[in-house]
Design a protein around this ligand. Structure first.
Ligand SMILES: [Zn+2]
Length: 300
């Protein structure tokens, strides 16, 4: 419990420490602006999530109702709020509009707020916003199609370049991050793939190549201290949801990417603290006494 509290305190400190010097008016203006900016970008993410897997143009802006084909009015294009005003139904035919649209928009808005809260009003927070939006697209597309878009993953790796100038993540940490999760994931994928092929003749890998590349790219951007806890969070979440889904729907195939994305978001914000806390815990509980006793007993 104490650890959770201190973790929350640490995370808050990082951003809020500087924020407390800003006047209250600043928050009254900054929070709505960041949120509105977030939901507007979120609206574009919906377009990407729907159109990219179908190979449709992203810029052609004439959206229409999926059921009746009625053109969507300008007034219905306001993120989140239009859906609420329309009570989730098409203005012309009354057909239900998926709640996923406002969920993606609001999610992006809240994540932008979280990024600026965690990292302060800095360039790094802006990079984290790009990262969060990419993860939303990757997660939803993977959930829908069991596929990832390699260019999106490469953009994450490319974020490492501006990140290098605005964070204190060492290049060594980034290089370790490149391999720390991707190599075990690749090996698990290869071994489980061979095992499944032998047993059932199907060509499925336990961990898909997309997940492996995602963790490699995120490792370069965030460093190993964020990407290792991210992998653990993703695996645990994926296992829990996988078991629940299998019990409920008997569906055994499920995208792993969304859980890795959740893990990466948490890893990006709290990963370094988690890793440090874990190492401190290991050191204090094992290192000095146990290692000393073990060493001396062996040498004797
Ligand atoms: Zn309609």
């Amino acid at each position: 419990m104490y650890q959770i509290c201190s973790l929350a305190a640490l995370a808050a400190q990082k951003g809020w420490k500087e924020w407390q010097f800003y006047p209250a008016k600043f928050f009254l203006i900054a929070v709505p602006i960041v949120f509105l900016y977030g939901i507007c970008i979120g609206s574009f993410l919906n377009v990407v999530i729907i159109r990219l897997p179908r190979g449709e143009s992203l810029i052609k802006r004439s959206s229409h109702c999926m059921t009746c084909g009625a053109k969507i009015r300008i007034i219905d294009l306001i993120p989140v709020f239009s859906w609420l005003f329309l009570r989730g139904r098409c203005h012309s035919c009354g057909e239900k509009i998926s709640p996923r649209y406002p969920i993606v928009e609001a999610l992006n808005g809240f994540l932008y707020l979280a990024c600026f809260a965690a990292f302060g009003m800095k360039v790094n927070a802006f990079l984290m916003c790009i990262f969060a939006s990419l993860l939303i697209c990757i997660a939803f597309i993977d959930w829908d199609t069991m596929d990832m878009y390699i260019p999106m993953l490469l953009i994450i790796a490319a974020l490492a370049i501006p990140s290098h100038f605005v964070t204190r993540i060492a290049i060594v940490d980034r290089v370790i991050g490149l391999f720390a999760v991707s190599v075990p994931f690749f090996l698990i994928g290869e071994i489980s793939g061979a095992f499944i092929k032998k047993k059932t003749g199907e060509k499925i890998r336990g961990i898909e190549l997309g997940d492996t590349i995602l963790m490699a790219c995120a490792g370069v951007y965030l460093g190993w201290k964020a990407v290792v806890p991210a992998a653990f969070i993703g695996i645990i979440l994926g296992a829990i949801v996988g078991i629940i889904l299998k019990k409920k729907t008997a569906e055994s195939k499920m995208a792993f990417g969304p859980f890795l994305c959740i893990g990466l978001l948490l890893g990006a914000m709290f990963g370094e603290e988690l890793t440090l806390m874990y190492m401190r815990f290991m050191r204090s509980s094992f290192y000095p006494e146990t290692a000393y006793i073990l060493l001396t007993s062996v040498l004797r």
